[in-house]
Design a protein around this ligand. Sequence first.
Ligand code: FAD
Length: 426
Amino acid sequence: MGRAFVYVILGGGVAAGYAALEFTRRGVPPGELCIISEEPVAPYERPALSKGFLLPESPARLPSFHTCVGANEERLTPKWYKEHGIELVLGTRVKSVDVRRKKLLTATGETISYKILLIATGARALKLEEFGLNGSEAENVCYLRDLADANGLVNAMQSCAGRNAVVIGGGYIGMECAASLAINKINVTMVFPEVHCMARLFTPKIASYYEEYYQSKGVKFIKGTVLSSFEFDSSGQVTAVNLRDGSRLPADLVVVGIGIRPNTSLFEGQLTLDKGGIKVNGKLQTSIDSVYAVGDVAAFPVKLFGETRRLEHVDSARKSAKHAVAAIMEPEKSGEFDYLPFFYSRVFGLSWQFYGDNVGEAVHFGDFSGTTFGAYWISKGHLIGSFLEGGTKEEYEAIATATRLKPPVEDLVELEQQGLNFALTV
Ligand code: FAD
């Protein structure tokens, strides 16, 4: 025996919340939609976990950051799902899916069948063990992907004021955690193998701005090397970090942010995969008609670049979810997903946004010794990417619009001189 729904969303993260909102806006009748999530709470805005959640004063706590809190959206509390007749199956891992029979099996032994499945399983944090190291089991070694991780980090931080933390990884999780730890008066050293932070996105010039800012807040950087081992005390807590370059750092807390891996394993051998994720078309539909995939797990065609990409950012999760539901509910009216890649971060009092792609030649503009500066990326004579720190709402909108238009750029020196004005007048 099992339950049957018309629509099942597998995964209860950001994409699931935005998909649920869109289903209700398109009039899904009560009782037809079910969300199954391994997490024990209703979908929430995951980015809050490395920002407001870690603040020493008035930290963000649920229910304040359930999806879809934010500009002009509703906050979807458990009560909201109930009122809309959406079944929330929480704290429940899906163990297997049979996409031909349209059934899934939960770890609690229940079979749930569907007509349409929306995969929103996101991704998981890569563990040190996957790189041949150990130590993840220690209580003071933290990852940050879900609420349980964030609670663990908050607990570990509480006994750490004035003591030493080592952040492994120089991507945005590492950067945001390092900032939060410093705000909590913990001495932070960041360790990563690249020559500068945020190596996948930042130019050396942009990175040096943030690194200097972090240093002014007491954060130290050790670059060009990686973790080689931990030292433990008799209770299994890490006490020091040894690096491949021979250095040793005393550590009361370690935060590991070394990347993520999309949760595709339930579908390997059943659906076509690409770019490490589940391949979908412009309607977010997988290689099986009744199955859609959205968010971090989906590899979708980015029209603007004419290629398939898998993006690991919250805006893409929100918008892909919305588009997939439109395609499911009103297939004849919905077009192809036409997405402008967008990524943002906030650390200390800083805040940046990035649109498009960061290939080709980078042209910096603005005042790198002040508060507002940025960069454009030019490829094949066209603007294809824009980064801006410290912009106003209008300025961010302008760089987004300009990037989408891909205007021709002939003279890079002139572009540098025009700076933000180029986007504002395009
Ligand atoms: P998720 O939100 O990860 O949700 C996946 C859900 O699926 C989870 O609930 C998981 O438990 C569930 N699940 C997986 N497998 C199963 C299974 N077998 N059975 C049942 N349930 C399952 N992006 C930005 O652009 N800017 C930011 O500043 C930013 N900050 C971030 C900070 C943190 C700490 C993290 C972790 C991410 C951040 N992101 C940010 C990225 C953003 O949160 C993700 O892109 C977004 O959450 C992806 O949404 P999703 O729904 O695809 O996946």
